[in-house]
Structure formats: C-alpha cells, structure tokens
Design a protein around this ligand. Structure first.
Ligand code: ADP
Ligand code: MG
Length: 268
C-alpha cells in the first residue's frame, strides 16, 4: 500500500479493507441537489446492492465513484484514494487529467446499454483498453481475453461483432471487457434492465460468479432476487438520501421504513 493511501486511511478513519468509502457525499447540478449526503462502506471482496425509484440519484452516485462527476461535498475514497482530488500539504487539489484516467482505469463500469464498440469484434473490444491504456502486449492481452471470454461462456464469439450477439451476450462481453482491465471494483448500473426477460439470467449468473470469485461490486439493480442472494448489503435510496440499509434478506423480508416497504411491494 502506498504512503498516500495509508495516510488517507489513517486521517479519515477509513477501514483497512475499504474499497469504497463515502461520507456525506453531495452532488448538485446548479440549483438541483441530487445527492444529499450519502454514506457508504463497501469492503473489498463484498457486494453492495443499491435499489430505489427512478430519479433517486443511484446513477449519479455511481458516476461520482467512477470519476465521471465531481462531488459537491463530502468525502469519497476508492481504495484509500480520493475521487477527483488529492490531498497535499493539508490542501485538496483537483486531480490532473492523466492521473484521473489512470484512476478511472482501475474502476470498471457496466451500463444498461452495454456500450460495446460497435465497429470492433468481441476480441478487439476486449484488448483495446489493455493494449492502449495499460500498454499490455497484444499477444498477452489476447491470451487474457480468451480466459475471460471462456469464463463468460463466449469464447466461440471472439470474431463476432456486437450486432451479431444477443443483448445478454453483449452484456457478458461488456463484463469481460471491464474485467480485462483488472479493475479493483466493478460498478453496475442496472445491467439487466434493457434485456428481454429470458436473457436476464445469463448475465446475473456471470455477476454471481464474479462475486463468488471475490470481486468487489456495487450493483444498482431492480433484481431483488439477485440482491437477496448475492448482496452483502442492501441500500435503499430515495430522493438523494439513503433511507434504509441492511442485510438484504432481513431488509427485504422486514423493511423498517414505509418508503422501503412501498418500493419493495412494487418491484417484488
Ligand atoms: P437514478 O439513477 O436513481 O434514476 P439519476 O442519478 O439518474 O437517478 O438522477 C437523479 C436526478 O439528477 C434526476 O432528477 C436527474 O434528472 C438529475 N440529473 C442527473 N444527471 C443530471 C445532469 N447531468 N444535469 C442535471 N440534472 C441531472
Ligand atoms: Mg439510473
């Protein structure tokens, strides 16, 4: 662990095993406050599931963790490092672009819309970032890509283009592509929401395997069954705040807040 990380952890009381550490995270778009003080601890190797109605700030929070948005207040660290800022001589500095890219490369993000490069084959999709950003030799990147494609059950699709694949297959490729960068944490923003119902299961199965292999994951999802089985913690967001959190099984069976109860009754 680098000195900066140990220093940050000591100073802010970040647990040694913390992957995502959020305290009072706020985010505003001009007058609109979208995140109103989010606290979250995601220990390394654990899965946090986030549920909540549309517009509650779930995507914005993931985008903050992934350096796609700058937080307006609070404290946010990924693996002991500030998101968007660096602390030097007791002052916070904005992270420079090159460092930002480096940090973002350590975080994988999956979207509802897959976002594969449509003009590239499956293999080209997987080796693009490792060879361009991480400067891995193409042969090595290909060998690693094959292992990942095997893992998501798509080794036979290496030379296909995204349009030749089903939505479920495309999302599995997207997950393999994210894993090719060896991320410290994977963020999922409703990864199965755009899929036909019969294709949801194969994507959740890949996510389950990743979780079981010890991958740290933050998953925004409406798949309550997945959250119950795979989640180490469940968070219910509404109106930019965390209304309730807890062990998934317990929270789903016996929600304490009327807002959680009402939401769960709609999605279950
Ligand atoms: P969720 O993912 O829970 O549906 P979002 O994080 O996407 O919620 O959005 C939360 C709120 O923030 C919504 O009111 C949305 O309109 C607003 N919002 C999100 N992104 C922007 C943006 N770039 N500019 C202005 N408002 C935004
Ligand atoms: Mg969203």
């Amino acid at each position: 662990m680098s000195d900066v990380k140990s220093e940050n952890r000591a100073r802010f009381g970040v647990p040694a095993d913390s992957m995502v550490f959020a305290r009072g995270v706020r985010k505003s778009y001009s007058q609109l406050e979208v995140l109103k003080g989010i606290d979250l601890d995601v220990p390394a190797g654990s899965v946090a599931c986030i549920i909540g109605p549309s517009g509650s700030g779930k995507s914005t929070f993931l985008r903050c963790i992934n350096h796609l948005e700058k937080i307006s207040g609070g404290l946010l660290l990924v693996d002991g490092q500030f998101v968007g800022y660096d602390l030097r001589d007791d002052k916070l500095y904005e992270v420079k672009d090159d460092l930002l890219c480096q940090r973002r490369a350590e975080i994988g993000m999956l979207f509802q819309s897959f976002n594969l490069f449509s003009h590239m084959t499956v293999m080209e999709n997987l080796i693009e970032a490792p060879t361009q950003v991480r400067r891995i030799a193409p042969d090595q990147a290909k060998a690693e890509a094959e292992i990942l494609l095997k893992r998501v059950g798509l080794l036979d699709k290496v030379d296909r283009y995204p349009r030749e694949l089903s939505g479920g297959q495309q999302q599995r490729v997207a997950i393999a592509r994210a894993m090719a960068m060896k991320p410290k944490v994977l963020l999922f923003d409703e990864p199965t929401s755009a899929l036909d119902p019969e294709l949801v299961g194969e994507v959740l199965q890949v996510m389950r395997d990743l979780a079981e292999s010890g991958m740290t994951m933050v998953v925004v999802t409406h798949e309550i069954g997945f959250a119950r089985e795979i989640g180490d913690q469940l968070v219910f967001m509404d109106g930019g705040v965390i209304v309730e959190r807890g062990a998934p099984r317990q929270m789903i069976a016996d929600p304490q807040s009327p807002r959680t109860r009402e939401f769960l009754s709609r999605v279950l």
